[in-house]
Design a protein around this ligand. Structure first.
Ligand code: CA
Length: 710
């Protein structure tokens, strides 16, 4: 800390911190001077003795102007810049400076390019444009709402740029927070001629999803899907690898064909927004999932074939999504709005210090994300940037939905606004996230979390109770604990609540007022894989029983009410060698293991049948909590769950036998087996059924059958 620091924290209020090293912190006679030569005398309103410093609170007679610099003087002759600090969190600041135009960033025209930057606390901004190795500097003009502008003549299609921003007494170099692309590792922002991107084949319009519960979501990482050399793609680990057809290993499809083979409706990509910790020029030297955001608008460069060409990542991402659409697979983008990787060096903090982060009442930087900062989602200009991100991912890259990382850091209103925006672009857009209660500096009632699900119609939440009840606890400490399907049949009643998507009331455990709010996942990218967890919680059991348990977990995910979600590899019992947090564990641990697919081919075939049955059977996709209340019935018999579903024309009976005994049931009605322990349908009518240990059987009764056979 410098000897003296001075901050503008509110209108008419300056806070000065004087180090004890400097005259024991005892000083006075404060006045401010501005760059026009005006002088303002400050009154000391009070002071507070701290261990290493004395804090003075000063009042200033007039409101200061923005866009010019001020210096604080004190009686021993020190002169320091006045830094603009917490005043940016006042309502009046928002009223003065919230910008409603839609031209932030660089807008390309063949004859000129406009550069527009929101930097209200800056006193000057210089635009630095690089074109064909030549740099030019242009002072920008300050206009309304603290927006700086410059128009550069000429064709800047291949130009890159940065801003030199003079604020708080220092000049910093920053990328553009509204840049659509950049050179490798986000070094320079890029001017983009959008016509170049739109040249890529139009994104085919996919059929509208009639309800979110019709979705079958599959989560994967771009790199992991094809980084295994056995994939047989040309562009392993790149966006373009998912545009390649006819790849296989050991007679089983890989890559794009593999995704197509599953029958999923949505592929959820782990972050494809620019992240920090993989060197884009040497991606093989590093590995990261990408939850360390640099820019929410720029596609990650390490997945592109030419990270230094700003157009390459954009074209290739668009082409990838377009190809997936062509296969009938919609794409959900995982966005990490809750924090940024580099707290001090991110363009947001560089352009408008203190504005984008959340602070507690005592001005501690909120850190509910445990990553050093929480984004203040409630600020109008933060929301504006979020809206730009949502609309760009959807309109330029074809996104069909969003998953919010640590959604509980964001606020209810913002999430609702973003959902309304997404739906205005695509009526069936999905939006869901991790609705955990994070220790962020937001009032409880404002957090976009499960407990506030009633305030967020249409927003999904990962259902951690579903996961823990069926699979057993997920945390490292809980890995030895079993759930209903991993050996604890005493949890059968809890499992019934979970299968109802926690949408049924008494005596069921109720969490959600609509099934579209329950994202049912037994495995996600976090924590041990199901298979690895069973190394601990089912370690005495032979492999074939664990395989049966894996199948039951997948079947119950598919037949439960709510939105089913599978993490890539769960369908072939993927292992990460017991690594519970593999975000930087490298390709070998994280990538798709096609040999393992071959080894557990049966589970993969079974998963496809589960997905197909879900997609063909509307009773597993009930649209409302009321429907679930009326059309489902659960009973528990000796550790076995009987899950009955009934509508006007047919009924289904799902028998989940998680016990070690074979069970036999006789019924007064005629059924067909619609789904046996291998997922196959039978054509003969039966009155009784035998259910093997650790299997799920689905029986179906057409109501007209009664008439025909009686
Ligand atoms: Ca990057």
């Amino acid at each position: 800390m410098a000897d003296i620091e001075a901050y503008l924290d509110d209108f008419g209020k300056v806070v000065v911190s004087v180090s004890r090293r400097y005259y024991s912190g005892k000083t006075g006679n404060f006045y401010l001077s501005d760059s026009n030569g005006e002088v303002y005398t400050c009154l000391v309103r009070g002071h507070e003795d701290r261990q290493d410093s004395v804090m003075y609170e000063l009042s200033i007679p007039a409101d200061l102007s923005f866009g010019i610099s001020y210096e604080l003087h004190e009686k021993y002759g020190k002169i320091v810049p006045l830094q603009i600090r917490y005043i940016v969190h006042t309502k009046y600041f928002d009223e003065l400076f919230t910008y409603t135009g839609n031209d932030l960033g660089a807008t390309y025209h063949p004859g000129y390019t406009d550069f527009v930057l929101w930097a209200p606390t800056a006193v000057s901004v210089v635009l630095c444009v690089s074109l064909r190795k030549k740099k030019t500097y242009q002072e920008m003009r300050r206009t309304d709402c603290g927006v700086y502008r410059a128009r550069i003549a000429g064709d800047l299609k291949y130009a890159t740029y940065t801003y030199l921003i003079n604020r708080n007494g220092v000049i910093v170099k920053s990328a553009d927070p509204y840049a659509l692309s950049s050179t490798a590792n986000g070094k320079e922002s890029a001017v983009i001629d959008l016509d170049e991107i739109r040249k890529i084949r139009d994104l085919p319009a996919s059929k509208v999803l009639s309800d979110p519960v019709d979705a079958v979501i599959y989560e994967a990482n771009v790199r992991d899907l094809t980084s295994n050399p056995l994939t047989g793609t040309m562009y392993n680990g790149k966006y373009l690898s998912l545009t390649e057809s006819d790849t296989a290993y050991a007679d089983l499809p890989t890559g794009l064909d593999y995704l197509s083979s599953l029958g999923i409706t949505h592929l959820q990509l782990m972050p494809v927004g620019d992240y920090a910790t993989v060197d884009e020029l040497n991606p093989e030297r590093g590995y990261n999932w990408g939850y360390d955001p640099v820019s929410w608008l720029v596609p990650e460069g390490s997945y592109s074939t030419d990270p230094d060409d700003p157009y390459s990542r954009m074209r290739e991402l668009r082409k990838m999504v377009s190809t997936l659409h062509g296969r009938g697979i919609r794409v959900v983008f995982d966005v990490v709005f809750n924090h940024v990787y580099d707290t001090e060096g991110n363009p947001l903090e560089l352009t408008v210090p203190y504005y984008y982060y959340r602070y507690s009442d005592n001005w501690y930087r909120s850190n509910g994300s445990y990553c050093g900062n929480d984004i203040e989602s409630r600020k109008p200009m933060t929301k504006k940037l979020f809206r730009k991100v949502i609309s760009t991912w959807m309109e330029l890259y074809g996104a069909d939905g969003f998953r919010f990382d640590l959604m509980g850091i964001l606020d209810v209103d913002t999430v609702n606004e973003l959902y309304a925006l997404a739906k205005s672009i695509k009526p069936d857009a999905l939006m869901y996230g991790e609705g955990w209660n994070m220790p962020t500096a937001l009032p409880h009632e404002d957090k976009a979390m499960i407990e506030n699900m009633g305030k967020m119609p249409g927003i999904g939440h990962f259902n951690d109770v579903f996961r823990d009840v069926l699979k057993g606890q997920t945390s490292d400490d809980g890995k030895y604990f079993t759930g209903y399907l991993t050996g604890n049949t005493a949890m059968a009643f809890d499992a019934c609540s979970a299968l109802a998507g926690h949408c049924r009331h008494n005596p069921y455990f109720w969490r959600f007022d609509d099934p579209e709010k329950s994202i049912n996942a037994i495995e996600t990218h976090d924590n041990l894989t199901v298979w690895d967890k069973m190394h601990f919680c089912c370690k005495e059991e032979p492999r074939d029983i664990r395989q049966l348990r894996q199948k039951m977990l997948i079947a119950c995910t598919m037949f439960a009410q709510g939105i089913p979600f599978l993490h890539a590899g769960v369908e072939f019992c993927a292992s990460k060698e017991e690594e519970s947090n593999s975000y930087c564990a490298g390709d070998a641990i994280n990538r798709m293991d096609w040999e393992r697919l071959k080894l557990n081919q049966k589970v993969y075939e079974y998963t496809k049948k589960c997905i197909a049955l879900r997609r063909s059977e509307p009773l597993f996709r009930l649209r409302s909590a009321q429907d679930i209340e009326m059309k489902t019935r659960f009973s528990v018999n000796d550790g076995v769950i009987i899950y009955d579903l009934e509508t006007m024309d047919h009924a289904c009976k799902v028998i989940i036998n998680a016990t070690y005994e074979q069970k036999y049931y006789e019924y007064g009605d005629l059924f067909k087996i619609q789904f046996d322990e291998e997922g196959n349908a039978h054509s003969e009518f039966i009155y009784d059924v035998t259910v093997k240990p650790h299997t799920v059987v689905v029986l179906k009764k057409e109501k007209w059958d009664e008439k025909n056979h009686s």
